[in-house]
Design a protein around this ligand. Structure first.
Ligand code: MG
Length: 421
C-alpha cells in the first residue's frame, strides 16, 4: 500500500465559552487542521493537529514531497523521514509527525480490520476515565458561562460533575495571584469532597498553573494543599531544576506536560528526578506509539503516567482513548478539553461521557469518520473568523506573562471582552 495524497482542512469549532489560562485565553473556539492521508487502495486515514490558533494546511501539503509513495505501515521510517531529531533543529515537525501517524494507524486498522488499540497491543480497559477541566472563563456567546468568582468556580465544578459524572477535577490556574487561587482551589476541593483526607473518600483534585509560579510561591502553595486528595501538583514551576526544588519541600507527587515531552528529557528526569508523573500527549510526543514507548519506560521505572490534552476534536480524542486503553500503568483520569466544545466534526456528534468516562472505539482504525457537513460548516467558519493571536488575553492586548509571573489578572475585573463568535 502506498500514500498517494495528503489533504488538509482547517476548521474552527466553538467552545461553550473562552477558556482562560496562565498565558491568556482560548478565544471561544479551537482552530484545528484536519488531515486526510489517501492511499492507492482507496483507504483514507484521519489525523488532526492544533497549531496555535493558526492553519497548518501549508505544512501538511509540503509533506507530500516526502510521503507520496511511502508505505503507511512503515511508521518508524516515517518518523525519521519527517522528524529526525537532528534535522528537527531546523524544522521541528514533531506535531506534524503525530497527525500523520494518527492517519497511518487509522489506515492500517481499516486495512487489517482491527481497531488501533489492537495494533498497539490490545486494550486493557473498555472505557477511559476523564477529569473535569475547570477553567476561569470569559462569558461565551449570549453572555453566558462566565467563571471568575469563587462561587462561579464552585458552581461550574458541581455542574460538570453532575452533567458528566467526573470524580477527578483539574483546576487550571495561573490566571490570578496564587494566594487568591489557593482560596478557589480549596473551595472546589471542599465542594467535591476532596478535603476529607488522602484516600478513597470523596473526589480527587489536581492543580496546574502552567509553570508560572516562582519556586517559593509553589512551595508555599503546595504545602497549603497537602491535606487535600491531590492526584499531583502539575507544572507548578517551569523546568526540571525548579520542579526538583519544589519536590524537596512539598509532599505531593509532581507532574509535567511541559518539560518531559521527549525521550531525552525523560532520561534527564530519570537520572535526576524532578517529576513523578509524566503526562503523555499524543501530539507533543509525536504520535500514539511514542507515548506507548514512553509509558513502557515509565512502567519499568515505576513513574506514574496520565494522558494529557492539548485541545482536541474527535479525531485526537480517539487517539487519547486508544492510548489510554493500552497502557497498563495508567493510574489517573485522563485530561480533555473536549467537554468544553459545543460540537464536533465526526459522524454521530460528540463522544458521550458516562460516569466520567468515554468508551474506547472498537471499529477498525481510530473508529471515527468525518461528518462532511460539519467539516464544511466549520471550515467556512474558519474562513469567516480566521486565526487568532493564540494565548493572548483579549482583555489585555499586548500583555504577556513572565516566568515566574507577577502580572496577574484581576479577579474583580468584570469587563467582557469583545470576541467574534
Ligand atoms: Mg498542564
Amino acid at each position: 500500500m502506498k500514500i498517494i495524497d495528503i489533504k488538509a482542512t482547517t476548521v474552527t469549532v466553538p467552545l461553550e465559552a473562552p477558556l482562560r489560562h496562565a498565558n491568556g485565553c482560548h478565544w471561544g473556539r479551537f482552530v484545528r487542521t484536519i488531515v486526510e492521508v489517501e492511499t492507492d487502495e482507496g483507504i483514507t486515514g484521519l489525523g488532526e493537529m492544533g497549531g496555535g490558533g493558526e492553519s497548518a494546511e501549508a505544512t501538511f501539503r509540503a509533506m507530500k514531497a516526502y510521503l507520496v509513495g511511502h508505505d503507511p505501515a512503515r511508521l518508524e521510517e516515517m518518523r525519521f523521514k519527517i522528524a529526525n531529531p537532528t534535522a528537527s533543529l531546523y524544522n521541528n515537525r514533531t506535531q506534524v509527525l503525530a497527525a500523520l501517524e494518527f492517519a497511518c494507524l487509522d489506515i492500517l486498522g481499516q486495512k487489517w480490520n482491527a481497531p488501533v488499540h489492537a495494533i498497539l497491543g490490545g486494550k486493557l480497559q473498555d472505557r477511559v476515565p476523564f477529569a473535569s477541566y475547570l477553567f476561569f472563563r470569559y462569558p461565551g456567546a449570549g453572555g453566558k458561562g462566565e467563571v471568575r468568582t469563587i462561587d462561579q468556580m464552585v458552581a461550574h465544578a458541581k455542574e460538570l460533575k453532575q452533567r458528566f459524572g467526573f470524580t477527578t477535577h483539574k483546576f487550571k490556574g495561573g490566571v490570578f495571584a496564587p494566594e487568591i487561587e489557593l482560596e478557589y482551589y480549596r473551595a472546589v476541593a471542599k465542594a467535591v469532597g476532596a478535603d476529607q483526607g488522602i484516600g478513597r473518600k470523596g473526589d480527587r483534585v489536581r492543580y496546574d498553573p502552567n509553570g508560572v509560579l516562582s519556586t517559593e510561591q509553589a512551595i508555599r502553595f503546595g504545602q497549603a494543599i497537602e491535606d487535600l486528595n491531590n492526584d499531583y501538583f502539575e507544572d507548578p514551576v517551569y523546568g526540571l531544576a525548579a520542579l526538583r526544588r519544589v519536590r524537596d519541600f512539598v509532599r505531593i507527587p509532581t507532574a509535567t506536560n511541559t518539560v518531559v515531552v521527549g525521550f531525552e528529557q525523560l532520561a534527564a528526569n530519570v537520572i535526576n528526578a524532578g517529576v513523578d508523573v509524566i503526562l503523555l500527549d499524543t501530539t507533543f510526543w509525536g504520535g500514539i506509539r511514542q507515548c506507548v514507548k514512553a509509558a513502557g519506560v515509565c512502567e519499568t521505572l515505576q513513574l506514574g503516567v496520565a494522558v494529557h490534552s492539548s485541545g482536541e476534536l474527535g479525531i485526537q480524542l480517539a487517539t487519547m482513548l486508544h492510548l489510554g486503553a493500552v497502557i497498563p500503568n495508567l493510574s489517573f483520569a485522563a485530561d480533555a478539553h473536549y467537554h468544553h466544545l459545543a460540537d464536533d466534526i465526526i459522524v454521530g456528534g460528540k463522544f458521550k461521557y458516562e460516569c466520567g468516562s468515554i468508551k474506547v472505539p472498537d471499529a477498525p482504525g481510530l473508529g471515527i469518520k468525518l461528518d462532511r457537513d460539519k467539516v464544511n460548516q466549520y471550515a467556512e467558519l474558519y474562513k469567516k473568523l480566521g486565526s487568532y493571536p493564540y494565548d493572548q488575553d483579549p482583555l489585555r492586548p499586548g500583555w504577556t506573562p513572565t516566568i515566574p509571573n507577577n502580572r496577574w489578572a484581576d479577579p474583580n475585573d468584570a469587563r467582557l471582552p469583545e470576541i467574534k463568535f
